[in-house]
Design a protein. Structure first.
Lengths: 409, 290
């Protein structure tokens, strides 16, 4: 029933349209699952808010102000979303570059997650742009702002999304039964991975680098010359924690789709990732201490913002780092999942602190998102989950590839 | 060639390849690459000791820019400190000295020598003209990074329209200054608070005023060195932190804050793929040896 990739032969565009329309239909018998019942009304409401946003301007639905030009949409989609989607480039590095075969079962699903995250966050970014009809100016060169970190981020972000699509494309070819295309796409994977990692380092660091120019506005405990490096390192453990977290949910939700290989190796892979996380978190903590020393910001630790900072660094990096280590040694899956969860909270906290809490502290009115900004953010996330579910239920993502594509990938 | 020199050459070469002329050393100004300006930057001196708080400058600014007319008779507005907004490119605030005497300070875009906003802009919608004014163009995508990057919080965004613009003081470039006239606010001021000229003349004028009446001034020209210098500079009778100025901005030009990072990225983009291919090749060989 599911994933009829083996039986499909597509020879013309007409075949494809027919096949695609058939695949568009929902496969589940019961449409009123809890997930559907919760997400559909929110998505519809979100679409209404988006229409209002474009009809009346950003002020009609957001609490953005002259003091806080960037709010929840940038903070959540761009800063948090990109960090948590970092798992794709790390896993690709370990699997394709270092050649650790054991990660094979999860690479494809993580790449898909990365690709969808980037596509949807870029989409959400359009909502936040005041003049979105000009967005293509960045790419077509209606002035290239070479001196802008954001210019660099935009290009790296865009190209990385393309490279993720290339990395995932063999799965699409397998779904459509396009054997010749598959051969070509499969050969392009290594190149896409190599450039993908380069582009990831660039934009993960670049997103932090955006705040280098916010020197007058960011609290000294969070402002640092190291901020791009801190963003890269935190994307390693943030991204992998998200892989662990998603994996533990997917392994329940998509159990019926999972290949034997995927199922059996799940725990082993999670424990290996836990060790990588712990290592990256050690590096991060070390950098944080070095930064305190380098910028001489020790003195701020004994202030309310200092306690908040300590909560972020000790409570949400050092603590889960140790939990990861303990979990990996005792093979305690529960411990590792708990650590992954706290780590994700920590990433959220860190990015929100940088763009909202520790930002422009002198402002007369603090920014708090409106309920409409929250609904639109949820709409983006839920729509992404719908597309994700649609793809996983059809293409060989967590399931085995069709036999003709088994020998080499 | 020693190692340090080698790395330096490598870094400049890499950044040169990736960024063209934009990051040539000593060319921080976000003007068109390759254009060497022989023009003097324009500037304005604001002598706050002369300001009487009549707000004629606000009215003149609103008039020339087609903004809502301010009510000059309303003394109440001095009760609260105001910032510029999308409909007010300049505002006058009142500060009280310890002896209750009033000091009025006009605020508008400082037109930095090395503007953070322009270096932040990914489509050069915000840009510095070689004559000095920092202006905005309609190819802007509305990302509002200029607002984050401005140390003086000057660019303002129109939140309540589907076709928003970034609004701020234009130095009256198109309407007046490019035609050889003074900016509207300078022209309208009845108390001769502002002195308009090349930035060099403006600094000299500021120095000579402090020099000639050393007891009347706090000995600092705000904007001479701050964030690498600004086109608009201020002199005052009291320290500037008492007049709502930020005195913690330092003298580093803002574009410099991210320049090092941009160079690093260019190096990473060049070196990382090579490195990765090497590692991947080595890892494959290892597998084959087994």
């Amino acid at each position: 029933m599911y994933g009829n990739a083996e039986t499909t032969e597509i020879k013309s565009v007409k075949d494809f349209i027919g096949f695609f329309l058939k695949e568009l239909k929902p496969q589940g018998k019961n449409l009123f699952t809890p997930f559907n019942v919760i997400t559909v009304p929110i998505i519809l409401l979100g679409l209404v808010i988006i229409v209002i946003r474009f009809a009346k301007g950003l002020g009609a639905v957001t609490n953005l102000s002259q003091e806080f030009p960037w709010g929840l949409w940038i903070g959540f989609d761009v800063l948090i979303g990109i960090a948590l989607a970092g798992g794709a480039y790390i896993l690709c590095f370990m699997y394709y570059i270092l050649g650790y075969e054991k990660y094979h079962p999860v690479v494809r699903v993580v790449v898909l997650n990365g690709f969808l995250a980037y596509s949807f966050y870029a989409g959400a970014l359009i909502l936040d742009l005041g003049r979105p009809w000009n967005a293509f100016n960045v790419l077509i060169g209606n002035k290239f702002g070479f001196s802008s970190v954001l210019f660099m981020v935009a290009w790296h972000f865009f190209l990385y999304t393309v490279s993720l699509l290339l990395e995932f494309s063999p799965a699409i070819a397998e779904w459509l039964g396009l054997k010749n295309a598959w051969k070509i796409l499969n050969k392009m994977t290594l190149a896409a991975v190599v450039f993908g990692i380069m582009l990831s380092l660039g934009h993960q660091g670049g997103v932090g680098g955006l705040f280098l120019l916010a020197k007058a506005k960011l609290h000294p405990l969070w402002y640092s010359e190291f901020i791009p490096l801190l963003f890269v390192v935190s994307s390693v453990f943030g991204g992998l924690s998200m892989v662990i977290f998603e994996g533990s949910i997917s392994s329940k939700v998509f159990r019926h789709r999972m290949s034997e290989e995927h199922h059996e190796t799940h725990d082993r892979i999670v424990l290996a990732l836990a060790k990588v996380c712990a290592g990256a978190m050690f590096v991060y903590t070390f950098l944080k201490i070095m930064e305190l020393n380098h910028e001489g910001t020790w003195t701020f630790l004994a202030t309310p913002m200092g306690y908040w900072y300590i909560l972020e660094v000790v409570g949400c990096v050092v603590l889960p780092g140790m939990l990861f280590l303990a979990g990996a040694r005792s093979k305690g899956m529960g411990l590792v999942k708990l650590a992954a969860f706290i780590t994700i909270i920590g990433i959220v906290l860190n990015r929100i602190n940088i763009c909202l809490v520790a930002y422009n502290m002198d402002a007369a009115v603090r920014y708090v998102p409106t309920w409409m900004e929250v609904v639109v953010t949820l709409t983006v996330v839920f729509t992404e989950l719908w597309v994700y579910r649609w793809i996983v239920n059809r293409m060989p993502v967590v399931s085995d590839s069709p036999e003709w594509a088994q020998h080499a990938h | 060639m020693d190692r340090r020199k080698f790395l330096k050459v490598l870094a400049t070469g890499a950044s040169g390849l990736a960024f063209g002329n934009a990051l040539k050393p000593n060319e921080l100004q976000a003007s068109a690459p390759g254009k060497q300006s022989d023009k003097e930057l324009l500037g304005v001196l604001v002598d706050t000791t002369r300001c009487i708080g009549c707000r004629s400058c606000e009215a003149a600014c609103a008039d020339i820019n087609g903004l809502p007319e301010p009510n000059l008779d309303d003394e109440q507005i001095f009760e609260k400190r105001r910032t510029t907004s999308e409909t007010q490119y300049t505002v006058v605030n009142r500060y009280l000295k310890e002896d209750e005497t009033e000091i009025f300070v006009k605020t508008q875009c400082m037109h930095c020598n090395y503007p953070g906003c322009a270096s932040a802009c990914l489509v050069k919608a915000m840009h510095k003209l070689e004559e000095g004014p920092v202006n905005w163009e309609t190819n802007c995508i509305g990302c509002r990074y200029c607002m984050v990057a401005c140390p003086f919080d000057i660019p303002k965004f129109e939140y309540n329209t589907p076709t928003p613009k970034i609004q701020k003081c234009t130095f009256c470039w198109e309407t007046r200054v490019s035609k050889g006239e003074k900016p509207a606010c300078v022209e309208a001021c009845p108390a001769d608070v502002m002195f308009f000229g090349t930035r060099k003349e403006v600094i000299e004028e500021a120095k000579s005023r402090i020099y000639q009446a050393p007891d009347d001034f706090y000995h600092h020209i705000y904007g001479e060195q701050e964030v690498g210098g600004t086109s608009w500079v201020y002199i005052a009778a009291v320290p500037f932190e008492q007049l709502g100025f930020r005195t913690d901005l330092g003298t580093t030009p803002y574009p410099k804050l991210s320049k090092g990072f941009l160079t690093n990225i260019a190096v990473i983009d060049l070196l990382v793929p090579t490195l990765l291919l090497g590692i991947s090749y080595a890892a494959k060989n290892k597998k084959n040896d087994k």
